[in-house]
Design a protein around this ligand. Structure first.
Ligand code: FAD
Length: 527
């Protein structure tokens, strides 16, 4: 096995342990752990690895209470540690309590059912097995609240929301939502059993599960979600105004705070999340042509080819204002007519400037963001507009299959994706992003066979990036990275199967085609 044959990589939302790190990680840890000791040659382990990754992704937000790890016992380096931990069969699942200081080889889970929902519920039970003394510090209480505690919230003003999940005794949804919201501030989640009849009556709740919300201003109301399932409750709470992911302490540097204050004085413009804004797309193009490209003095070879393909795709597919499309078309004609193997960037800029001056054609005068506004100047903006642009382009390609006829890119369902891939790899200022994107493309882009699949592929990969970046420094606390579209934008896109969130991809495709269609692009703020 080379790199590619490994069952788990650093990209997965779990911790890869080795003999060097196992003990120091598990002992006296501030969180509990669930570790799978596996062997990379064991067929079961290979088959099980997608489930384990899905579980780890599903409980990623619980990491201040319990974390998921793996250790490969087939790796020579790990032979001794697996012996020391008495691992005789693969896979072996072991739980380790938080704050365990004595030598502890963990508790083995012997159940035959290793489905995600079962293991997730076991994790909850295991957490509740901690005593008050060894309780993981980041973990909120998981016991049901009592009627008095909830009643006392009525009419109370506070600096945060309190959500109450009402459920029956067997249900795990309350504890799961409590754990899901652990890394967020601005909301406290409690659970209460539906056997508390007096309270049920008082709040007017007749069926469980249900959720009730106490607002900071002292009012309260039932939580209005389309489906009473974990994902909908959790998403709803994460998206409340004023609720955001806690900043990792390292991020709160003084400079960062200064940037924030500065940008606060700039007016935040209201916008509608269910719309796409032309001003973001044009600002993105402006930035791309004027700033990003400008770092390349001349374009030749792969760069020139990539630039030509990019201009072809936007000139033919960008559903923009007439003047902008005209400008792009002129640029394309000029690029095609030039027999040069090397073009100085200055020439491209001159052309764009001249054309604009002579004929009054123009892109946005300057970069300004609306749907891509960030809470500080360092966040969102350009990369947000680039994602948006490429989603719009894949959707346009799918709805106008002939648009690229008579160009170098005709009849290729991958035309937009490959152009994006080349652009990101060649010009996109964030090198790491380009590397990641290239890895994702190599892994699965060749499976795309139709224009519709291209739309879905880009959506899936974007969500993969969102999952990786959730909680990282490039996350804007005001715009937390979520799996998108969220239930408020598309309730029918979401379903639950065996306790796990799943996408209804037919609905997602229909949603994407509508959301990124020309009809949904608002001209607000374009001059
Ligand atoms: P963005 O992720 O930029 O999304 C913009 C908008 O698209 C959202 O507001 C939402 O309306 C919509 N959207 C969200 N998810 C989806 C989806 N799945 N399908 C369709 N529409 C969606 N940053 C890093 O730190 N590390 C990286 O490795 C990295 N890789 C990147 C790779 C590419 C190709 C690009 C374009 C950007 C990358 N970035 C990376 C930047 C990062 O992905 C974000 O663009 C940036 O952090 C700004 O985030 P945002 O909150 O504005 O939302």
């Amino acid at each position: 096995h080379g790199q590619a044959g490994r069952l788990y990589t650093e990209e997965d939302p779990l911790v890869i342990l080795t003999s060097d790190t196992l003990k120091q990680t598990l002992f006296n840890s501030s969180t509990a752990w669930l570790v799978q000791f596996y062997s990379s040659w064991c067929g079961h382990c290979i088959q099980y690895s997608p489930t384990w990754k899905a579980l780890a992704g599903d409980v990623k937000d619980w990491s201040q209470a319990i974390r998921i790890g793996v250790l490969d016992c087939a790796h020579e380096k790990n032979f001794d540690i697996c012996k020391e931990f008495s691992i005789h069969f693969y896979p072996t699942f072991r739980y380790f309590k938080a704050h365990s200081t004595t030598f502890d080889i963990g508790k083995t889970y012997r159940g035959a059912d290793r489905e995600i929902q079962t293991v997730r519920q076991l994790m909850v039970n295991f957490l509740q097995n901690h005593t008050r003394r060894d309780w993981p510090a980041g973990c909120p209480p998981l016991e049901p609240a009592r009627t008095e505690n909830i009643q006392s919230l009525i009419g109370l003003k506070s600096d945060h929301y309190t959500a109450v999940i009402i459920e029956d005794e067997e249900s795990y949804i309350g504890r799961e939502v409590i754990l899901d919201l652990m890394p967020y501030e601005g909301v406290v989640v409690k659970r209460i059993l539906n056997s508390e009849k007096v309270l049920m009556e008082k709040l007017g709740i007749t069926t469980a599960p249900a959720a009730y919300l106490f607002y900071p201003n002292g009012t309260h109301a039932g939580m209005d979600v389309q489906k009473r399932i974990r994902f909908f409750f959790s998403s709803f709470l994460k998206l409340l105004p004023g609720v955001h992911r806690k900043q990792p302490s390292s991020v709160q540097q003084p400079e960062q705070a200064a940037i924030k204050d500065q940008s606060k004085s700039e007016l935040f413009k209201e916008f509608d999340k269910s719309k796409v804004y032309m001003v973001d797309l044009e600002s993105g193009l402006h930035y791309l042509l004027r700033v990003e490209l400008a770092t390349h003095k001349t374009l030749e070879g792969v760069e020139l080819k990539t630039f030509k393909d990019f201009v072809t795709v936007v000139a033919k597919l960008f559903p923009g204002r007439q003047s902008v499309v005209k400008l792009l078309e002129t640029l394309l004609e000029w690029l095609i007519s030039l027999p040069l193997e090397k073009i100085p960037y200055e020439a491209i800029l001159d052309l764009a400037n001249n054309k604009m001056r002579i004929s009054g054609l123009h892109l946005s005068e300057r970069v300004q963001w609306l749907g891509c506004q960030g809470s500080s100047v360092a966040l969102r903006g350009y990369p947000c507009s680039l994602w948006t642009l490429f989603h719009v382009l894949t959707v346009q390609a799918a709805s106008r299959p002939d648009a690229l006829a008579n160009t170098a890119l005709e009849d290729d369902p991958l035309a937009v994706l490959q152009t994006m891939r080349q652009y990101i790899g060649t010009f996109f200022g964030c090198r790491e992003c380009g590397k990641h994107f290239e890895e994702m493309a190599q892994e699965s882009i060749s499976q795309v066979k139709s224009l519709d699949e291209a739309v879905l592929w880009l959506w899936r990969k974007h969500n993969q990036v969102n999952a990786r970046l959730a909680g990282s420094m490039s996350e804007d606390p005001m715009f937390p990275k979520t799996q998108w579209p969220t239930p408020d934008l598309c309730p029918t896109c979401h379903e639950e199967q065996d306790g796990l969130h799943v996408w209804n991809e037919d609905m997602v495709l229909a949603f994407l085609k509508k959301h990124y269609s020309a009809a949904n692009i608002s001209p607000k703020y374009t001059s």
